[in-house]
Design a protein around this ligand. Sequence first.
Ligand code: GAP
Length: 510
Amino acid sequence: MANNEDLFKKIISHAKEYGFVFASSEIYDGLSAVYDYGQYGVELKNNIRAYWWKWMVQYNENIVGIDTAIFMHPTIWKASGHVDAFNDPMIDNKDSKKRYRADVLVEDHIAKIEDKIEKEVSKAAQRFGETFDAKLYRETNPRVVEYQNKIDDIKSRFYSKLEEGDLAAVKSLIEELGIVCPVSGSKNWTEVRQFNLMFSTQMGSVSEDANTLYLRPETAQGIFVNFLNVMKSGRMKVPFGIAQTGKAFRNEIVARQFIFRMREFEQMEMQFFVRPGEEMKWYEYWKEMRMKWHLSLGIPAAKYRFHNHDKLAHYANAAADIEFEFPIGFKELEGIHSRTDFDLNAHQQYSGKKLQYFDPETNESYVPYVVETSIGLDRMFLAILSNAFTEETLEDGSVREVLNFPPVLAPIKVAVLPLMKKDGLPEKARQVFDMLKPNFMCQYDEKDAIGRRYRRQDSIGTPYCITIDHETLENDTVTIRYRDTMKQERIAVESINGLLFQKLAANIAE
Ligand code: GAP
């Protein structure tokens, strides 16, 4: 599945209809690229955050979590390089008046050439059958080699011009490649300009002495500037990590694609401080660990891939993305970056405070190197939601809409349903509900026929439904219905808590 816009639209409308995600300020016609989470969305989001925290903080003795303020001293953003370098090159189409990121236009063009390569390879695979050697074919087939050379040439020219700040050359390349505006179809482009992505605001009551502050564009800097505090107060020994989750803000040029690219979003980041020279070992380690975290959720491995960066950010000496196959294609979900000692060194310089670690093993003081893992919570939400959304045609020809969330992430874990609204069944169901609610997010529902109630729970991804019927009153047993298989089995009321704990722990095991 390369680009499935219809599916994407269905997911967006399902998210709205069932209380997962709403456009912000919707009754005022919304605010571009800003979203609110509804009653089930907030549960899913909290569960993803908790699952991340558990793996990163609770399971690792040498990682601790913090929670730093969104407002920070403005010099921090000077030191981090964001004031000078947190820019995107933008270009406008004069006919459609639409604004684009120049790098995204070029990358989309490259993706089209890559598609051509993939088509050639899959055609050849069909032709040659089992004896086909894809690697050899990619290296030797003249047409594929020609496409690949073209890609390499575009990449090297584009990134070198961008790095040199030669924006006129970037525009010339866009023209030379014949890139057209997807809306107007024209090549009538403006000059390319740099656009800083940070939002600013004022702190202070009197406008004359008010300070310009920035809304943080990443949570990582809150970690760097607390490196010393945490190291000393926590008696941390290198290698160690500091994690945090929280809001970040970016004035994105291309802000579309639902919650994939937002102007206000949440990050889950971890900075791992290591001995200089050991950063590549830890970089590889965290790449592996983060992929393991994703796969622990039971999502097929084929939906993930690594993408190593050609162009590195100003602070990095190695960087890779974990990409996920969204309905809009494979896109970045998480970044793993080897950030060197860039940030701590810069803060040392700008603050005048020593940000060093004394290593008792080597008897040396040094500025640690940093390997970072950084994932967007909203983007992970979108990955989970789009992977879960399924339309199943049942034997009777009806279509069942179901969200196959990993149970550990499901907003509601269990629904308690009296078969009928009489004969004491609701009272018994309330007792079961009260027994379960201290442990699990539960929902009680007695309205409509049981089949409709099951479907409602399927639509919000509830993995287990407990039904109370007349037999329950006789022998204290209930039926448990499983969302994915729709199978039901009879279990004792006293065993429900234990069974659910066991099933929900499945993803947690390392
Ligand atoms: N501290 C490093 C850093 O911020 P990044 O690659 O710019 O690196 C990390 O961002 C992650 O944050 C991305 O992989 C993505 O999941 C998420 N992210 C970045 N910009 C976003 C946006 N505008 N909307 C939603 N998520 C975003």
